[in-house]
Design a protein around this ligand. Structure first.
Ligand code: HEM
Length: 698
């Protein structure tokens, strides 16, 4: 037994401070009169009572919340919502409600931006999956490496190897094993009945998006990704019924290399043989060997031929960072940006004199040129692709922040990513997942439909008409513009005719029945950029590739991105011929729909050249390419880029600016349009007096 002496101080505490604090004042007196044991019993009773009440409330709130979720949320999202925090659930409920009404793109600009910000946040949380082991996150010595390395390593200061050549593709949606349905439905049948262009079905993008815009995105793809192949060959054969519709009755190709990750979650992955960073590897290559091939080692410059086009080696192979499976349009852009790089070298040398040797000039000019490319893509190309006020505000917001260019030019980066923009953030942010591009990103960039049947060569020796349009002198089959033949053709045409002709020709629309036939009988390149003996049907191959790489089919892809799936073909398109063709191939099973077909069939948002499904991957990954890269965040400063270099980036706003810098007469004589990515004879855009953030889409 405890002695009363010992119990006294206990009683003092229980009956004193504790009671004062937790017990209602009206019963203080009763408690004061209690023995120590009774006080103790009393407090326990109160505690148990409060605890039970709290648990009951929790269950009640959860039940009500679950009821609300069940009632309002599509059943396919119940599971993901269960994993969300309260704030994320709130965000999700809002975007889901807006999605049900199908109106986000019709909201006033500011509300549209709020919707996109909420969506991007959710995708950063729930749609970034690392493939492979996560490295421990050791900090390298950043002072030693404030430049872009040949293979992309050291671009994330906390994860040296992230985004280097040879790293794995990540995921935005969990992989879906399709080893049993690789040929279901037959890829050749899908290509023939749903993708292929017929002699009359070619649709273009009118004045919105020209052939430079098509070449530009291929120029970017060659900067970002290419899958490593295996040595095992596969052959696809068209079912005899479809022989007629297939340019190749069968074709052989190499399997995608699949490597084990030694991780239980996502067991296998594929390898990116380009650096996924926005580092200009399309010009500089993705490794030391290629970098050596393109550099002159004088004043930091890159090699360019006397005619202003790409130089070639003794085998006729073009010399530039990446020339695999390319065409004259991409080579023209490579040549233009080599000129840009070399002009930056000249400007830096003029400013800083002999203090800067060849190596330093190259490094700084690469940083500047890569940033110019990223900026043009963000605030010029994408704005033309997704031509709405909300996206204009959103893309400019990514670069300059909501406070805008004038504010940023005057005061520098102020605030976080929303107010000040992603570029110039104090530190890179990979959202806890090592940087990579993803399998789903590759799938949504399958845009071969952008390519026309023939290249319309213009006569640039005559005077332009009132819309600055030169006449067509020849329609050259696209098969003569690709690979080695294309390099020869472009040398005959010359830089000016190539660029002006591309500027004045619309690109193909991303729709069903619009896949170029010449790509269904294609000579693809091997790893050394040499022609392969076996031709491929690229349309059928692409369908196969997505399945082989376990990319979810259309409906699961949408579910994975928290987009409402379709339940019938009419949800996807209102075109009866398309619905009939979909039914012919997939029956009524919408779950079987391939991602590539779904992206092409989907009804487009007004002003969007791509589907909403593809756009959601853009929304997530376009920000990530800037935000995760130290050279667009903590190193985007005068110390790393130089004062002159940073000024160069900050004063270049568009592709038109770059063309004007190197070929002022081309812009003056042949470009009527405001953007170099719209068809050049289009009228310049009329000024809009309504402030951007206050606009309401029509
Ligand atoms: C003349 C022009 C083009 C040719 C000859 C060409 C050819 C090819 C070939 C042979 C492949 C590899 C197929 C495979 O084995 O999986 C490929 C992949 C690809 N192409 Fe094109 N292409 C052209 C234009 C474009 C354009 C305009 C885009 C638009 C974005 C594009 C985007 C892609 C993508 C995303 C891939 C997948 C890359 C990967 O697997 O990592 N291509 N192309």
């Amino acid at each position: 037994m405890l002695s009363p002496q010992l119990l006294k101080p206990v009683k003092a505490v229980l009956g004193g401070e504790l009671i004062q604090r937790f017990i209602h004042k009206d019963i203080h007196e009763v408690v004061q009169r209690m023995s120590v044991m009774d006080t103790f019993r009393f407090l326990i009773a109160i505690f148990v009572y409060t605890f039970l009440l709290y648990q009951l409330l929790k269950v009640l709130i959860k039940t009500v919340f679950k009821g609300v979720v069940k009632l309002f949320v599509h059943k396919d999202f119940h599971q993901v919502v269960r994993r969300m925090t309260a704030m994320d659930t709130f965000r999700f409920l809002i975007i889901h409600f807006v999605d049900k009404l199908g109106v986000w793109h019709r909201l006033p600009v500011l509300l549209g931006l709020l919707y996109l910000a909420a969506r991007r946040h959710l995708h950063q949380r729930y749609n970034l999956f690392n493939v492979g082991k996560t490295p421990p996150g050791v900090r390298s010595n950043p002072e030693k490496l404030p430049y872009r390395t040949a293979d992309g390593s050291y671009t994330d200061p906390f994860d040296d190897g992230a985004g280097a050549q040879g790293t794995l593709f990540g995921r935005n949606v969990y992989p879906v094993d399709q080893s049993k349905t690789l040929l279901k439905p037959d890829p050749m049948v899908v290509a023939t009945k749903l993708l292929a262009r017929t002699s009359t079905s070619y649709i273009d993008n009118k004045k919105q998006f020209n052939l430079i815009a098509a070449a530009w995105i291929q120029f970017m793809v060659h900067d970002w990704m290419d899958h490593m192949e295996d040595t095992q060959q596969i052959e696809l054969t068209a079912p005899s019924k479809f022989n007629e519709g297939c340019p190749l009755k069968s074709f052989k190709f190499f399997k995608t290399k699949e490597v084990s990750t030694d991780v239980s979650e996502i067991k296998t992955g594929s390898i990116n043989i380009r650096t996924p960073w926005w580092d200009g590897s399309v010009l500089y290559g993705s490794n030391e060997q290629m970098l050596k091939r393109v550099r002159t080692y004088t004043d930091g410059k890159l090699k360019i031929a006397d005619d202003g086009l790409l130089p070639h080696d003794e085998d006729g192979i073009a010399i530039s960072g990446d020339v695999r499976n390319s065409w004259a349009g991409v080579s023209t852009l490579q040549a233009l940006f080599i000129k840009e790089h070399n002009a930056v070298c000249d400007a830096l040398k003029k400013e800083y004199g002999d203090d800067m040797g060849d190596e330093e000039l190259y490094r700084r000019a690469r940083l500047v040129t890569s940033a110019v490319i990223a900026k043009i893509h963000t605030i010029d190309w994408t704005v033309e692709l997704l031509k709405t006020d909300t996206l204009l505000a959103g893309m400019r917001g990514n670069w300059y922040g909501l406070l805008g260019k004038k504010f940023k030019d005057t005061f520098g980066h102020v605030g976080g990513s929303i107010l000040g923009g992603l570029v110039g953030l104090k530190k890179p942010n990979n959202h806890g997942v090592p940087y990579s591009l993803t399998e789903e990103f590759t799938s949504v960039y399958r845009m071969h439909q952008l390519l026309p049947n023939s290249f319309h060569l213009r006569d640039v020796s005559v005077d332009p008409d009132e819309n600055k349009c030169p006449p067509i002198i020849e329609k050259v089959a696209m098969s003569n513009m690709i690979g080695h033949k294309g390099e020869e053709t472009s040398q005959i045409m010359g830089f000016t005719a190539l660029l002006v002709s591309m500027g004045h020709q619309s690109s193909g629309a991303l729709k069903l029945f619009n896949y170029p036939l010449w790509l269904r009988d294609l000579i693809a390149h091997d790893m050394d950029n040499k022609d392969r003996p076996d031709h491929v049907d690229l349309a059928a191959l692409e369908v196969y590739r997505d399945r082989e790489r376990k990319v979810a089919r259309y409906n699961d892809f949408r579910r994975g991105l928290m987009l409402i799936p379709i339940s019938k073909w009419e949800d996807l398109t209102d075109q009866p011929t398309e619905i009939q063709a979909l039914r012919d191939v997939y029956g009524d099973d919408v779950e079987e729909l391939d991602i590539l077909v779904g992206l092409m069939a989907e009804k487009k948002i007004k002003g969007f050249a791509i589907s909403e499904t593809a756009f959601i991957i853009f929304l997530l990954m376009a920000s990530r390419r800037l935000e995760a890269d130290s050279f667009f965040t903590c190193y985007f400063n005068e110390e790393v880029y130089t004062k002159k270099g940073l000024e160069w980036v900050n004063t270049t706003e568009s592709l038109k600016d770059v063309i004007k810098r190197h070929h002022p007469k081309i812009v003056e004589k042949w470009m009527n349009s405001s953007s170099a990515f719209s068809v050049w004879d289009a009228p310049p855009e009329k000024p809009n007096n309504v402030p951007l953030y206050l606009r309401i889409p029509h």
